[in-house]
Design a protein around this ligand. Structure first.
Ligand SMILES: Cc1ncc(COP(=O)(O)O)c(C=O)c1O
Length: 416
Protein backbone atom coordinates (compact mmCIF):
# COMPACT_ATOMS: atom_id res chain seq x y z
CA UNK A 1 0.00 0.00 0.00
CA UNK A 2 1.43 3.43 -0.89
CA UNK A 3 1.90 5.98 1.86
CA UNK A 4 -0.40 8.94 1.36
CA UNK A 5 1.18 10.96 4.14
CA UNK A 6 3.44 12.96 1.75
CA UNK A 7 0.35 14.07 -0.17
CA UNK A 8 -1.17 15.78 2.85
CA UNK A 9 -1.09 19.57 2.97
CA UNK A 10 1.15 21.24 5.52
CA UNK A 11 -2.00 22.29 7.43
CA UNK A 12 -3.41 18.73 7.40
CA UNK A 13 -0.15 17.34 8.70
CA UNK A 14 -0.59 19.46 11.79
CA UNK A 15 -4.24 18.49 12.34
CA UNK A 16 -5.01 16.38 15.43
CA UNK A 17 -8.19 15.02 16.93
CA UNK A 18 -8.97 17.21 19.91
CA UNK A 19 -7.99 15.95 23.32
CA UNK A 20 -11.68 16.02 24.27
CA UNK A 21 -12.61 13.72 21.42
CA UNK A 22 -9.86 11.29 22.28
CA UNK A 23 -10.76 11.34 25.95
CA UNK A 24 -14.47 10.86 25.19
CA UNK A 25 -13.69 7.55 23.55
CA UNK A 26 -11.93 6.43 26.71
CA UNK A 27 -14.53 7.56 29.19
CA UNK A 28 -17.80 6.61 27.53
CA UNK A 29 -18.02 3.47 29.64
CA UNK A 30 -21.06 2.17 31.46
CA UNK A 31 -21.28 3.35 35.05
CA UNK A 32 -19.05 6.38 34.54
CA UNK A 33 -20.53 9.65 35.73
CA UNK A 34 -19.45 12.09 33.10
CA UNK A 35 -18.78 15.76 33.65
CA UNK A 36 -16.88 15.75 30.35
CA UNK A 37 -19.04 16.43 27.28
CA UNK A 38 -19.61 19.98 26.12
CA UNK A 39 -23.17 19.26 25.07
CA UNK A 40 -26.56 20.56 26.12
CA UNK A 41 -28.81 18.03 27.83
CA UNK A 42 -31.10 16.20 25.36
CA UNK A 43 -33.79 16.44 28.06
CA UNK A 44 -34.12 20.09 27.08
CA UNK A 45 -34.79 19.46 23.38
CA UNK A 46 -38.45 20.20 22.52
CA UNK A 47 -38.82 17.04 20.49
CA UNK A 48 -42.62 17.01 20.31
CA UNK A 49 -42.71 20.58 19.01
CA UNK A 50 -40.04 19.66 16.42
CA UNK A 51 -42.19 16.72 15.27
CA UNK A 52 -45.23 18.95 14.78
CA UNK A 53 -43.22 21.65 13.04
CA UNK A 54 -41.55 19.15 10.70
CA UNK A 55 -44.97 17.71 9.79
CA UNK A 56 -46.28 21.18 9.04
CA UNK A 57 -43.23 22.20 7.01
CA UNK A 58 -43.45 19.09 4.83
CA UNK A 59 -47.23 19.46 4.49
CA UNK A 60 -47.03 23.12 3.49
CA UNK A 61 -43.86 23.23 1.43
CA UNK A 62 -43.62 19.68 0.12
CA UNK A 63 -40.53 19.14 -2.09
CA UNK A 64 -39.58 22.82 -1.77
CA UNK A 65 -38.46 22.20 1.79
CA UNK A 66 -35.74 19.90 0.44
CA UNK A 67 -34.28 22.21 -2.23
CA UNK A 68 -30.98 24.11 -2.04
CA UNK A 69 -31.32 27.53 -0.44
CA UNK A 70 -29.27 30.73 -0.74
CA UNK A 71 -25.74 30.55 0.66
CA UNK A 72 -26.48 33.37 3.09
CA UNK A 73 -29.54 31.51 4.40
CA UNK A 74 -33.30 31.34 3.97
CA UNK A 75 -34.59 34.89 3.33
CA UNK A 76 -37.41 34.77 5.89
CA UNK A 77 -35.11 33.38 8.56
CA UNK A 78 -32.53 36.09 7.87
CA UNK A 79 -35.25 38.69 8.44
CA UNK A 80 -36.44 36.95 11.62
CA UNK A 81 -32.88 36.59 12.95
CA UNK A 82 -32.23 40.27 12.18
CA UNK A 83 -35.22 41.13 14.40
CA UNK A 84 -34.08 38.64 17.06
CA UNK A 85 -30.62 40.28 17.17
CA UNK A 86 -32.14 43.78 17.15
CA UNK A 87 -34.22 42.86 20.21
CA UNK A 88 -30.88 42.26 21.99
CA UNK A 89 -29.61 45.68 20.95
CA UNK A 90 -27.68 44.49 17.90
CA UNK A 91 -28.95 46.18 14.78
CA UNK A 92 -27.63 44.80 11.54
CA UNK A 93 -28.30 45.68 7.92
CA UNK A 94 -29.02 42.62 5.73
CA UNK A 95 -25.53 42.87 4.22
CA UNK A 96 -24.04 42.44 7.70
CA UNK A 97 -25.87 39.22 8.58
CA UNK A 98 -25.66 35.59 7.52
CA UNK A 99 -26.55 32.10 8.71
CA UNK A 100 -24.04 29.28 9.14
CA UNK A 101 -24.24 25.59 9.96
CA UNK A 102 -23.42 26.03 13.62
CA UNK A 103 -21.10 28.69 14.98
CA UNK A 104 -18.30 26.22 14.47
CA UNK A 105 -18.68 26.71 10.73
CA UNK A 106 -18.74 30.46 11.33
CA UNK A 107 -15.40 30.23 13.16
CA UNK A 108 -13.90 28.13 10.40
CA UNK A 109 -15.05 30.61 7.74
CA UNK A 110 -13.79 33.56 9.79
CA UNK A 111 -10.37 31.87 9.88
CA UNK A 112 -10.40 31.28 6.15
CA UNK A 113 -11.17 34.85 5.23
CA UNK A 114 -9.02 36.61 7.83
CA UNK A 115 -5.96 34.49 8.46
CA UNK A 116 -2.76 33.82 6.58
CA UNK A 117 -0.10 31.49 7.97
CA UNK A 118 1.80 33.10 10.87
CA UNK A 119 -0.84 35.79 11.45
CA UNK A 120 -1.55 36.30 15.14
CA UNK A 121 -4.86 35.66 16.87
CA UNK A 122 -5.17 36.76 20.49
CA UNK A 123 -7.23 34.29 22.53
CA UNK A 124 -8.26 33.93 26.15
CA UNK A 125 -6.33 31.67 28.54
CA UNK A 126 -8.14 29.25 28.55
CA UNK A 127 -10.05 29.34 25.27
CA UNK A 128 -12.67 27.29 23.38
CA UNK A 129 -10.90 24.39 21.70
CA UNK A 130 -13.11 24.36 18.58
CA UNK A 131 -12.05 27.92 17.82
CA UNK A 132 -8.36 27.36 18.42
CA UNK A 133 -8.52 24.27 16.17
CA UNK A 134 -10.09 26.35 13.39
CA UNK A 135 -7.42 29.04 13.76
CA UNK A 136 -4.70 26.41 13.85
CA UNK A 137 -6.03 24.93 10.59
CA UNK A 138 -5.26 28.32 9.00
CA UNK A 139 -1.76 27.99 10.49
CA UNK A 140 -2.20 31.07 12.64
CA UNK A 141 -0.03 31.80 15.64
CA UNK A 142 -2.17 31.95 18.77
CA UNK A 143 -1.16 34.15 21.66
CA UNK A 144 -2.92 33.79 25.00
CA UNK A 145 -4.22 36.69 27.08
CA UNK A 146 -4.85 36.22 30.80
CA UNK A 147 -8.40 35.82 32.02
CA UNK A 148 -9.47 36.49 35.60
CA UNK A 149 -12.85 36.30 37.33
CA UNK A 150 -13.85 39.71 35.88
CA UNK A 151 -12.86 38.90 32.32
CA UNK A 152 -9.90 39.70 30.10
CA UNK A 153 -6.81 41.26 31.72
CA UNK A 154 -6.65 44.40 29.61
CA UNK A 155 -3.07 45.27 30.55
CA UNK A 156 -2.01 41.82 29.41
CA UNK A 157 -4.00 42.35 26.18
CA UNK A 158 -2.11 45.58 25.44
CA UNK A 159 1.22 44.01 26.38
CA UNK A 160 0.71 40.98 24.15
CA UNK A 161 -0.52 43.04 21.24
CA UNK A 162 2.46 45.39 21.47
CA UNK A 163 4.96 42.55 21.85
CA UNK A 164 3.63 40.81 18.71
CA UNK A 165 3.52 44.04 16.72
CA UNK A 166 7.06 44.94 17.84
CA UNK A 167 8.21 41.63 16.32
CA UNK A 168 6.63 42.66 13.01
CA UNK A 169 3.74 40.19 13.28
CA UNK A 170 0.21 41.08 12.21
CA UNK A 171 -2.40 40.69 14.93
CA UNK A 172 -5.54 39.93 12.94
CA UNK A 173 -8.13 39.73 15.70
CA UNK A 174 -8.97 38.99 19.31
CA UNK A 175 -11.28 36.00 19.89
CA UNK A 176 -13.40 36.03 23.06
CA UNK A 177 -16.37 34.19 24.59
CA UNK A 178 -17.45 36.93 27.01
CA UNK A 179 -20.49 35.23 28.58
CA UNK A 180 -20.30 31.97 30.58
CA UNK A 181 -17.26 30.92 28.65
CA UNK A 182 -16.50 27.42 27.47
CA UNK A 183 -14.43 26.12 29.23
CA UNK A 184 -14.15 28.33 32.33
CA UNK A 185 -17.72 29.55 32.96
CA UNK A 186 -16.22 33.05 33.42
CA UNK A 187 -18.12 36.14 32.21
CA UNK A 188 -16.55 39.49 31.46
CA UNK A 189 -18.03 42.22 33.68
CA UNK A 190 -19.71 45.18 31.99
CA UNK A 191 -16.78 47.42 32.97
CA UNK A 192 -14.30 44.99 31.39
CA UNK A 193 -16.43 44.81 28.27
CA UNK A 194 -16.28 48.58 28.00
CA UNK A 195 -12.53 48.52 28.63
CA UNK A 196 -12.06 45.80 26.03
CA UNK A 197 -13.82 47.87 23.39
CA UNK A 198 -11.72 50.92 24.33
CA UNK A 199 -8.55 48.84 24.01
CA UNK A 200 -9.75 47.50 20.64
CA UNK A 201 -10.25 51.07 19.46
CA UNK A 202 -6.84 52.13 20.72
CA UNK A 203 -5.05 49.14 19.16
CA UNK A 204 -7.15 49.11 15.97
CA UNK A 205 -8.21 45.55 16.70
CA UNK A 206 -11.08 43.48 15.33
CA UNK A 207 -12.94 41.53 18.04
CA UNK A 208 -14.56 38.17 17.23
CA UNK A 209 -17.26 37.67 19.89
CA UNK A 210 -18.56 34.10 20.20
CA UNK A 211 -21.78 34.01 22.22
CA UNK A 212 -23.54 30.64 22.34
CA UNK A 213 -24.25 30.82 26.08
CA UNK A 214 -25.33 34.44 26.74
CA UNK A 215 -29.03 33.53 26.97
CA UNK A 216 -28.34 30.84 29.55
CA UNK A 217 -28.06 33.26 32.50
CA UNK A 218 -29.32 31.99 35.82
CA UNK A 219 -29.96 35.19 37.75
CA UNK A 220 -30.58 38.88 37.20
CA UNK A 221 -30.50 40.43 33.76
CA UNK A 222 -28.61 39.21 30.71
CA UNK A 223 -25.17 40.70 30.17
CA UNK A 224 -24.96 43.10 27.21
CA UNK A 225 -23.07 41.67 24.26
CA UNK A 226 -19.92 43.43 23.10
CA UNK A 227 -21.66 43.83 19.76
CA UNK A 228 -24.52 45.76 21.37
CA UNK A 229 -21.95 48.11 22.98
CA UNK A 230 -19.79 48.45 19.88
CA UNK A 231 -19.88 51.95 18.43
CA UNK A 232 -16.75 51.61 16.36
CA UNK A 233 -17.83 48.75 14.04
CA UNK A 234 -15.09 46.52 15.47
CA UNK A 235 -17.05 43.44 16.54
CA UNK A 236 -17.84 40.37 14.47
CA UNK A 237 -20.52 38.55 16.49
CA UNK A 238 -21.46 34.86 16.34
CA UNK A 239 -24.32 33.15 18.11
CA UNK A 240 -26.07 29.83 17.78
CA UNK A 241 -29.33 28.03 18.46
CA UNK A 242 -27.41 24.89 19.49
CA UNK A 243 -27.44 25.40 23.24
CA UNK A 244 -30.89 26.92 23.62
CA UNK A 245 -32.76 24.72 21.13
CA UNK A 246 -30.76 21.75 19.81
CA UNK A 247 -27.36 21.40 18.13
CA UNK A 248 -28.73 18.89 15.60
CA UNK A 249 -30.48 21.73 13.78
CA UNK A 250 -27.03 23.10 12.88
CA UNK A 251 -28.12 26.69 12.61
CA UNK A 252 -26.25 29.73 13.83
CA UNK A 253 -25.75 33.29 12.71
CA UNK A 254 -23.05 35.90 12.48
CA UNK A 255 -23.19 39.64 12.13
CA UNK A 256 -20.30 41.89 11.42
CA UNK A 257 -18.63 44.36 9.09
CA UNK A 258 -20.07 44.12 5.60
CA UNK A 259 -16.72 43.62 3.75
CA UNK A 260 -15.90 40.63 5.96
CA UNK A 261 -19.40 39.09 5.82
CA UNK A 262 -19.38 39.34 2.00
CA UNK A 263 -16.15 37.31 1.87
CA UNK A 264 -17.48 34.81 4.39
CA UNK A 265 -20.45 34.24 2.10
CA UNK A 266 -18.11 33.42 -0.80
CA UNK A 267 -16.05 31.11 1.41
CA UNK A 268 -19.23 29.39 2.60
CA UNK A 269 -20.26 28.78 -0.99
CA UNK A 270 -17.15 26.70 -1.58
CA UNK A 271 -17.47 25.04 1.83
CA UNK A 272 -21.04 23.70 1.53
CA UNK A 273 -23.04 25.78 -1.03
CA UNK A 274 -25.68 26.43 1.61
CA UNK A 275 -27.04 25.32 4.95
CA UNK A 276 -29.95 22.94 5.44
CA UNK A 277 -33.21 24.50 4.27
CA UNK A 278 -35.11 22.01 6.41
CA UNK A 279 -33.24 22.91 9.59
CA UNK A 280 -33.63 26.61 8.86
CA UNK A 281 -37.37 26.25 8.31
CA UNK A 282 -37.68 24.56 11.70
CA UNK A 283 -35.76 27.39 13.38
CA UNK A 284 -37.96 29.93 11.59
CA UNK A 285 -41.12 28.24 12.86
CA UNK A 286 -39.66 28.15 16.38
CA UNK A 287 -38.94 31.88 16.27
CA UNK A 288 -42.40 32.71 14.87
CA UNK A 289 -44.17 30.66 17.53
CA UNK A 290 -42.19 32.20 20.39
CA UNK A 291 -40.81 28.75 21.15
CA UNK A 292 -37.26 30.01 21.52
CA UNK A 293 -38.18 32.48 24.26
CA UNK A 294 -40.31 29.80 25.96
CA UNK A 295 -37.44 27.40 25.72
CA UNK A 296 -34.99 29.87 27.30
CA UNK A 297 -37.37 30.44 30.22
CA UNK A 298 -37.69 26.68 30.69
CA UNK A 299 -34.03 25.69 30.51
CA UNK A 300 -32.57 28.44 32.73
CA UNK A 301 -34.01 27.00 35.97
CA UNK A 302 -33.26 23.48 34.70
CA UNK A 303 -29.54 24.23 34.38
CA UNK A 304 -29.49 26.53 37.41
CA UNK A 305 -30.52 23.72 39.77
CA UNK A 306 -27.77 21.52 38.33
CA UNK A 307 -25.19 24.27 38.72
CA UNK A 308 -26.32 24.79 42.32
CA UNK A 309 -25.97 21.08 43.00
CA UNK A 310 -22.48 20.99 41.57
CA UNK A 311 -21.29 24.05 43.50
CA UNK A 312 -22.79 22.78 46.76
CA UNK A 313 -21.19 19.37 46.26
CA UNK A 314 -17.79 20.91 45.49
CA UNK A 315 -18.07 23.00 48.65
CA UNK A 316 -19.01 19.97 50.75
CA UNK A 317 -16.58 17.43 49.33
CA UNK A 318 -13.41 19.03 48.05
CA UNK A 319 -10.29 19.30 50.20
CA UNK A 320 -8.67 22.65 50.97
CA UNK A 321 -6.35 24.15 48.40
CA UNK A 322 -8.73 23.91 45.46
CA UNK A 323 -10.58 26.68 43.64
CA UNK A 324 -13.47 26.72 41.23
CA UNK A 325 -15.52 29.28 39.34
CA UNK A 326 -19.12 30.12 40.27
CA UNK A 327 -20.65 30.68 36.84
CA UNK A 328 -23.77 32.80 36.58
CA UNK A 329 -24.92 30.77 33.60
CA UNK A 330 -23.82 28.43 30.83
CA UNK A 331 -22.85 24.80 31.26
CA UNK A 332 -19.40 24.72 32.87
CA UNK A 333 -17.53 24.97 36.16
CA UNK A 334 -13.77 25.32 36.04
CA UNK A 335 -11.75 23.71 38.78
CA UNK A 336 -8.16 24.51 39.72
CA UNK A 337 -6.36 21.71 41.57
CA UNK A 338 -3.61 22.34 44.09
CA UNK A 339 -0.42 23.58 42.41
CA UNK A 340 1.63 20.70 41.01
CA UNK A 341 -1.30 18.28 40.64
CA UNK A 342 -1.78 17.27 37.00
CA UNK A 343 -5.41 16.92 35.90
CA UNK A 344 -4.52 14.68 33.00
CA UNK A 345 -2.71 12.25 35.26
CA UNK A 346 -5.48 12.41 37.85
CA UNK A 347 -8.00 11.33 35.19
CA UNK A 348 -6.83 7.73 35.44
CA UNK A 349 -7.66 7.63 39.15
CA UNK A 350 -10.92 9.51 38.58
CA UNK A 351 -12.09 7.05 35.90
CA UNK A 352 -11.18 4.21 38.26
CA UNK A 353 -13.48 5.88 40.83
CA UNK A 354 -16.17 6.12 38.13
CA UNK A 355 -16.14 9.82 37.20
CA UNK A 356 -14.80 11.70 34.19
CA UNK A 357 -14.01 15.31 33.26
CA UNK A 358 -11.93 17.13 30.69
CA UNK A 359 -8.39 18.00 31.76
CA UNK A 360 -7.87 21.72 31.24
CA UNK A 361 -4.40 21.86 29.66
CA UNK A 362 -5.64 21.56 26.08
CA UNK A 363 -7.66 24.77 26.45
CA UNK A 364 -4.48 26.79 26.96
CA UNK A 365 -2.53 27.82 23.87
CA UNK A 366 0.60 28.55 25.94
CA UNK A 367 1.00 25.06 27.42
CA UNK A 368 -0.06 26.10 30.94
CA UNK A 369 -3.13 24.96 32.89
CA UNK A 370 -1.99 21.42 33.72
CA UNK A 371 -3.70 21.65 37.13
CA UNK A 372 -7.13 22.64 35.77
CA UNK A 373 -10.23 20.74 34.70
CA UNK A 374 -13.59 21.48 33.07
CA UNK A 375 -16.72 20.03 34.62
CA UNK A 376 -20.09 20.28 32.97
CA UNK A 377 -23.25 20.08 35.03
CA UNK A 378 -25.39 19.74 31.88
CA UNK A 379 -25.47 16.02 31.45
CA UNK A 380 -26.11 14.31 34.79
CA UNK A 381 -29.11 14.71 37.10
CA UNK A 382 -28.80 16.29 40.55
CA UNK A 383 -28.24 13.11 42.65
CA UNK A 384 -25.71 11.86 40.09
CA UNK A 385 -23.88 15.20 40.15
CA UNK A 386 -23.55 14.87 43.95
CA UNK A 387 -22.27 11.32 43.65
CA UNK A 388 -19.87 12.29 40.83
CA UNK A 389 -18.33 15.12 42.84
CA UNK A 390 -17.89 12.73 45.80
CA UNK A 391 -16.02 10.32 43.56
CA UNK A 392 -13.88 13.11 42.15
CA UNK A 393 -13.06 14.34 45.65
CA UNK A 394 -12.00 10.79 46.60
CA UNK A 395 -9.62 10.69 43.62
CA UNK A 396 -8.14 14.10 44.52
CA UNK A 397 -7.71 13.19 48.19
CA UNK A 398 -6.07 9.86 47.35
CA UNK A 399 -3.70 11.60 44.96
CA UNK A 400 -2.78 14.11 47.63
CA UNK A 401 -2.22 11.41 50.22
CA UNK A 402 0.07 9.36 47.98
CA UNK A 403 1.16 11.21 44.85
CA UNK A 404 3.25 8.22 43.73
CA UNK A 405 0.09 6.11 43.31
CA UNK A 406 -0.48 7.50 39.84
CA UNK A 407 2.47 6.92 37.61
CA UNK A 408 3.06 7.98 34.03
CA UNK A 409 0.55 9.49 31.65
CA UNK A 410 -2.49 7.33 31.18
CA UNK A 411 -3.80 9.45 28.31
CA UNK A 412 -2.07 11.02 25.35
CA UNK A 413 -0.93 14.58 25.85
CA UNK A 414 -3.27 17.20 24.34
CA UNK A 415 -0.88 17.99 21.50
CA UNK A 416 0.15 14.56 20.51
C1 LIG B 1 -17.80 28.73 22.70
C2 LIG B 1 -18.40 27.89 21.63
N1 LIG B 1 -18.46 28.38 20.39
C3 LIG B 1 -19.00 27.69 19.38
C4 LIG B 1 -19.51 26.42 19.59
C5 LIG B 1 -20.07 25.69 18.40
O1 LIG B 1 -21.42 25.48 18.50
P1 LIG B 1 -22.34 25.17 17.24
O2 LIG B 1 -21.44 24.90 16.08
O3 LIG B 1 -23.15 24.00 17.61
O4 LIG B 1 -23.15 26.41 17.01
C6 LIG B 1 -19.47 25.85 20.87
C7 LIG B 1 -19.95 24.48 21.11
O5 LIG B 1 -19.73 23.88 22.11
C8 LIG B 1 -18.89 26.62 21.92
O6 LIG B 1 -18.83 26.15 23.17
Amino acid sequence: MPSHEPRLSAAAREMRFSAIRRMSALIERPGIISFAPGQPSPETFPVEAFRQILDEVVEKESAGAFQYILTRGLGDLLTAVGEYAAAKGMRARPAELMLTEGSQQGLDLVSRVLLDPADVVLVELPSYIGATSAFRASRARMVGVRLDEEGLDLDDLRRRYRAESAEGRRVKFLYVVPSFQNPSGISHSVARRRGLLEAAQELDLLVVEDDPYGDLYFEGDPLPTLKSMDEGGRVLYLSSFSKILAPGLRTAFLLGPEEIVAKIEIAKQSANLCGSGLDQRVILACLRRGLIEEQKARIRPYYRSKRDAMLAALEAEMPAGMRWTRPGGGLFVWVTLPEGMDAEQLLEAAVAEGVAYVAGGSFFVDGSGANTMRLTFAREDVPTIREGVKRLARAVKARRASPERVSGRAYPSPDG
